[in-house]
Unconditional design. Structure first.
Length: 153
């Protein structure tokens, strides 16, 4: 399993590696080619106190709504300034330098990278990439082992 996070600031092509059962496994970030803005990707991007609105945040105070609206605007402004992006995480498996599965056979797309934190959060905004990579690792490793078994027949 991957035991270290991606960096707090990531770029297209960044990766982390691990070794499992003699296989070299790499999780690589690829910038998502979908250029839809956050508000185009999610109907509930803009917060609302209206229970019928897609962005309903629950029965909150107007000051809480204002804080959420300020953060949503900050996220949109940061996205427009190209400060954060949507990425895909792709996991590949190799043995003795030979890649055994396709580059994007085990990938998930549309994940926020370098996303602006809410408030004064200090955690790595890209830690979720490792979680996704570890979920993809299981299937990628199974595919690679099946490929080796097929080639060894």
């Amino acid at each position: 399993m991957f035991n270290r996070d991606f960096n707090p600031f990531v770029c297209d092509g960044d990766g982390i590696m691990c070794e499992v059962d003699g296989f070299d496994i790499c999780a690589t970030l690829h910038r998502d080619d979908c250029t839809d803005s956050p508000e185009e990707r999610s109907d509930c991007f803009w917060p609302s106190l209206d229970p019928k609105a897609p962005g309903y945040i629950g029965a909150k105070s107007k000051s809480t709504l204002a804080r959420h609206m300020k953060h949503a605007q900050h996220v949109m402004d940061s996205w427009r300034r190209d400060e954060w992006h949507y990425f895909g995480v792709a996991v590949t498996v190799a043995k003795n330098g030979v890649q055994l599965i396709g580059t994007f056979d085990h990938a998930v797309w549309g994940i926020e990278g370098n996303y602006p934190p809410l408030g004064k959060a200090k955690r790595n905004p890209n830690s979720y990439f490792r979680e996704v990579a570890n979920e993809l690792l299981v299937g990628a490793l199974e595919s690679a082992k099946a490929k080796v078994a097929m080639l060894c027949r």
